[in-house]
Design a protein around this ligand. Structure first.
Ligand SMILES: C[S@@+](CC[C@H](N)C(=O)[O-])C[C@H]1O[C@@H](n2cnc3c(N)ncnc32)[C@H](O)[C@@H]1O
Length: 212
């Protein structure tokens, strides 16, 4: 089978505009971003992993925070740079980027971790723990039921095949605890016949900076 990341990169290059238009409503995720803004001090550094085209997360958060977005898809990053000139965008695989420990007051990863192979997800969560400042916030959507698969011509875009890999909600809870992220909230977000799990977590006192 083709490397899953190649499928995902090419898929988002092709579906970018269909997934989220330039003029998409900033109300998407409004409740989650309100919550983040209540918790994270203005002026903090915020990292958005799998930032897509920068809308709505980076566009909204860049009004208050120093936002860095990371995305695998050159098309998504090209659009994000145009649409949110006030933020910094890096075109890279989130599993290969490096930041100093305790760099960010918040890290978001919405509908993106589930595009990594399951074997790479715990290590990414460990990096998130390292990059968060004490008292920082991790906001993510993760899997609810375990499932790995491909959808052909996703969103009706010819050739825009997409690949996902979800663990189940209990596994994510365990992985987060293992890396020293304490889950404050985990809720089910229905979508079609399935859904995802929304997670809010903060660094626990456990020392995740020790070698794994
Ligand atoms: C469903 S979109 C979500 C975009 C944005 N977070 C949102 O919720 O609007 C998933 C994004 O994750 C990005 N992505 C997938 N795998 C990635 C990886 N390994 N590293 C960085 N970005 C990745 C995709 O290119 C895509 O833009």
């Amino acid at each position: 089978m083709e490397d899953p990341k190649s499928i995902v990169r090419r898929g988002y290059d092709l579906v970018s505009q269909v997934y989220r238009r330039d003029d998409a409503d900033d109300g998407t995720y409004a409740e989650w971003l309100d919550l983040l803004e209540r918790r994270v001090e203005s002026g903090s550094s915020v990292l958005d992993l799998g930032c897509g085209c920068g809308i709505p997360v980076a566009r909204r958060l860049a009004q208050r925070y120093a936002v860095t977005g990371v995305d695998l898809s050159p098309v998504q990053i090209g659009r994000a740079r145009e649409l949110v000139p006030g933020a910094t965008f890096i075109c890279a695989d989130m599993t290969t980027v490096r930041f100093p420990d305790a760099s960010f007051g918040a890290i978001t990863c919405l509908f993106a971790l589930i595009h990594l192979p399951l074997t790479e997800q715990p290590a990414l969560l460990r990096s998130v723990r390292r990059w968060l400042r004490p008292g920082g916030l991790f906001m993510a959507t993760v899997g609810h039921r375990a499932w790995t698969g491909v959808e052909k011509d996703w969103l009706g875009v010819k050739g825009g095949d997409m690949w996902w890999s979800h663990a189940d909600a209990d596994t994510y809870r365990r992985w987060l605890a293992d890396v020293g992220l304490r889950v404050e909230l985990q809720t089910f977000i229905p979508e079609g016949t399935g859904g995802h799990s929304f997670v809010l977590a903060t660094p626990s006192s456990k020392n995740a900076l020790a070698p794994s």
